[in-house]
Design a protein around this ligand. Structure first.
Ligand code: HAM
Length: 423
């Protein structure tokens, strides 16, 4: 007997779950288009080399990788950003920047499974390539928040935690950490929430940091306002001014309530160079819902010209959990206009013919040929969310009539078949 369960960490999508997934994707796609982003896609298989990074990113250790039959080292993509960089670099001379692109790729990571983390997920990626400075930040973050509003969420439910890698760099400089250690140290700092103080200290020790340096960093990470950090860093730290300007612009477009400074947001991917952000639920009971930031050096790291870029990845797993917890998941039916129900075998040909005539009119029609008891057939029609049922009863059909039932109003009327088709 073969194991019928999906591979550990992966999901099956039965129709009800797929309806929900499509509902979410429609919001993502609709929002992206509303903001003028264009959709792209690529194959889930990539060269492993695309994900190998020096700083020790966790994602590299989570790769689904293998040799293909031709001896190539391949991987299932764990994220879309390197693929996006590859696409841009291939056409660097031909493309018109800035570009606003989005995608909804399925991604694979061999993760330790916890609530909200699986080994396969879909991730809405929205990126602006070739636009330096805060404008692109405001546009991507605005699109993100607009999608949350479309899901029925408010600033009471979630918060966008905002920080800047340049600010963290200033903190590390202040703590006396040599520059070549900054990236690996940030990758370790990102684990702070997951592993706790002692283990963090040990890991930072492995990066060559002294106890005093770790304490210094910890002091900064305990600061809750940008004001406080500004004072502690003293003088004019450019990253502070950038963050202030960004927050002001986000306020100006009406999203100020959703956003707040959070110095503990580091992000685990080493390619970020400036703004970084994570979306979290207010009760902080779930993992990050969405994460992103500016990565101005990734394209040059791949051998191209330097091109500024910013974007985010927004997974389908945590958001559906949160919406479920809050009772905000929609009740989705099949969206059928009609279910045609023949009373018995004798009315089946007429049901086939009528269904086809209705479909030609552009209506969504299911014909129910299970020949169940009428009551059961109507119950099913209502369960699958059909708006109306058309009953083909022996006597009525003989007279050239059908019975049309409005499922919501529970009202029935007899109509001549011809008149019904004219309606
Ligand atoms: P990331 O933080 O690794 O960033 O992932 C972004 C989002 O994908 C997470 O916030 C979460 O919603 C979802 N996600 C990640 N891993 C899993 C998992 N194992 N199970 C379920 N959901 C998951 C990136 O991937 C960046 N490439 C995002 C980006 C785009 N930055 C710039 N542009």
């Amino acid at each position: 007997m073969i194991d019928l369960k999906p591979v550990r960490g992966t999901r099956d999508f039965y129709p009800a779950e797929l309806r929900l997934r499509h509902w979410l994707f429609d919001i993502w796609r609709g929002t992206a288009r509303q903001f003028g982003f264009e959709e792209y896609d690529a194959c889930v298989l990539e060269s492993e080399a695309l994900y190998v990074r020096k700083a020790g990113d966790e994602i590299t250790g989570q790769l689904y990788n293998f040799d293909d039959k031709g001896g190539r080292r391949l991987a299932l993509r764990p994220e879309m950003t390197p693929t996006l960089a590859r696409l841009i670099l291939q056409r660097q001379r031909a493309l018109q920047f800035p570009l606003k692109w989005f995608s909804i790729p399925q991604c694979f990571r061999y993760e330790r499974m916890t609530r909200g983390r699986k080994r396969e997920h879909y991730q809405w990626n929205l990126d602006v390539i070739g636009q330096p400075g805060n404008v692109a930040e405001v546009e991507t973050i605005s699109a993100l928040i607009a999608s949350l509003e479309a899901m029925g969420l408010t600033a009471e439910h979630v918060r966008l935690h905002l920080n800047d890698r340049r600010l963290l760099t200033a903190v590390l400089e202040r703590a006396g950490v040599p520059e070549e250690h900054h990236l690996p140290v940030m990758v370790v700092m990102d684990k702070r929430d997951k592993i706790g103080g002692e283990q963090l200290e040990a890991l930072l020790g492995e990066q060559g940091l002294s106890g005093t340096q770790v304490r210094r960093i910890d002091e900064f990470l305990a600061m809750s306002s940008l004001e406080e950090v500004k004072t502690a860093l003293g003088g004019d730290t450019p990253a502070v001014a950038e963050l202030e300007a960004l927050q002001e612009l986000l306020g100006r477009v009406g999203f100020g309530d959703w956003v707040g400074f959070d110095i503990t947001v580091v992000r685990g991917l080493s390619y970020y160079t400036g703004t970084v952000f994570e979306l979290r639920d207010r009760s902080a009971s779930l993992r990050a819902i969405c994460g992103g930031g500016r990565y101005d050096s990734l394209l040059s790291a791949f051998g191209g010209d330097p091109i500024p870029a910013i974007g985010f990845g927004f997974g389908d797993v945590v958001i559906l959990e949160l919406l479920g917890d809050l009772g905000l998941l929609p009740q989705l039916g099949t969206d059928l206009d009609y279910v045609v129900i023949p009373f018995s075998e004798a009315q089946v040909p007429a049901a086939l013919e009528l269904s086809q005539k209705l479909r030609r009119k552009g209506l969504r029609v299911d014909a129910d040929f299970a020949l169940r008891k009428l009551k059961r057939a109507l119950q099913r029609a209502s369960e699958i969310g059909a708006r109306r049922a058309v009953l083909l009863m022996p006597d009525e059909l003989e007279r050239g009539e059908v019975v049309v039932r409005d499922m919501a109003k529970r009202e029935e009327r007899r109509v001549a078949m011809e008149a019904f088709l004219e309606e």
